[in-house]
Design a protein around this ligand. Structure first.
Ligand code: NAD
Ligand code: MLT
Length: 310
């Protein structure tokens, strides 16, 4: 019987081509739980992005499942222990979209510094208001990077070219490695106190969820601008909205939300907040890389061959 590969989210056409000849490729809307569980009943592999929850219930609904493939980086929507306990392999594409994600964080940072989104919206509404949208320069500012992993490093390297002073909080990184990058490692308290811009580049884990909440936002440098193109919930949305309302935080660029998809958030009320619907990895290049990488891994795994690290 031809193995069934269930595609639960948008996948690059090039990736579908890799699978088309050898497998029975089926499509399902991964956010439609009933359809997902029904589709999993016959699936040998499933390919998801970030919107599909592959939890213990999903794994239990898939007696033939051999591979869960995440076309991207974060694995917070996959219950890896539940899959592993059933002998199901979990693969992702850990470098596929890191450049795109870092560039999205920088795009948001610059848009927040220069009020690009709100000035654009106002002009299209017929308002030519130059004074209202006066921004700030990035050069000479202190930029705090929370999480100096693959994306945090790419973000820091690019921000260095803007003439910023870079500090980072990441307890799992050696100070010498940070120093090589021209980044000073500091504690979270110091980063919050000193940064003019903060950008978060963490995975969502029990440890990082709510890492920047009401208490932390009370200690930030007044006028800080905050970027989150990593995961919703790392920065508490309600606490951030309160800090924006008080003016302690001067702006925010937010790509990810605690609940996704969403069309309502306390952050949407602010003119100085730029929001995007989880677009960090949404580039042609990143989608090709992520899709091809996981399609190749699924092919190897279903043939019983060795799957190298992506
Ligand atoms: P990575 O694993 O290379 O880096 C994560 C870093 O966070 C590591 O250096 C780690 O030491 C650090 N870290 C972990 N726990 C920490 C803690 N409690 N405090 C401080 N630092 C901590 O991952 P990456 O490739 O840089 O990706 C980071 C995250 O970005 C992903 O997990 C994913 O959730 C998110 N992401 C979002 C998009 C998007 O579309 N917006 C795209 C790609 C990735
Ligand atoms: C990721 O973790 O790779 C990102 O959230 C991108 C995505 O899946 O869209």
């Amino acid at each position: 019987m031809t193995p069934v590969v269930l595609i639960a989210e948008e996948l690059a056409p090039a990736a579908l081509d890799v699978l088309a000849d050898d497998f029975d490729v089926r499509h399902v809307d991964g956010t439609d739980r009933t359809a997902l569980l029904a589709g999993l009943a016959e699936a040998d592999a499933i390919i998801v992005r970030s919107a599909t929850r592959v939890d213990a219930e999903a794994v239990a609904a898939a007696p033939r499942l051999r591979v869960v493939a995440r076309a991207g980086v974060g694995l917070d929507n996959v219950d890896v222990p539940a899959a592993t306990a059933r002998g199901v392999m979990v693969v992702n594409a850990p470098t596929s979209n890191i450049v795109s994600a870092a560039e999205q964080a920088i795009a948001l940072l610059l848009a927040v510094a220069r009020n690009t989104a709100s000035a654009s919206a106002a002009l299209k509404q017929g308002e030519w208001k130059r004074a209202r949208y006066t921004g700030v320069e990035v050069q000479g500012k202190t930029v705090g990077v929370v999480g100096l992993g693959r994306i945090g490093v790419l973000f820091a390297q690019r921000m260095a070219a803007f003439g910023t002073r870079l500090i980072a909080y990441d307890p799992y990184i050696q100070p010498a490695r940070a120093a090589q990058l021209g980044v000073r490692l500091v504690g979270l308290d110091e980063l919050l106190r000193e940064s003019d811009f903060i950008s978060v580049h963490l995975p969502r884990t029990p440890e990082t969820l709510g890492l920047i909440g009401e208490k932390e936002l009370a200690t930030v440098k007044p006028g800080v601008r905050i970027i989150n193109a990593a995961r919703g919930g790392l920065i508490d949305e309600r606490a951030l909205a309160d800090a924006l309302a008080e003016g302690r935080v001067a702006g925010a660029g937010i790509d990810v939300f605690v609940t996704e998809p969403t069309t309502s958030s306390p952050l949407f009320a602010f003119d100085n907040v730029v929001v995007t619907p989880h677009l960090g990895a949404s580039t042609a290049e990143a989608q090709d890389k992520a899709g091809l990488s996981v399609a190749r891994s699924v092919k190897l795994a279903l043939r019983g061959e060795f799957v190298p690290d992506a």
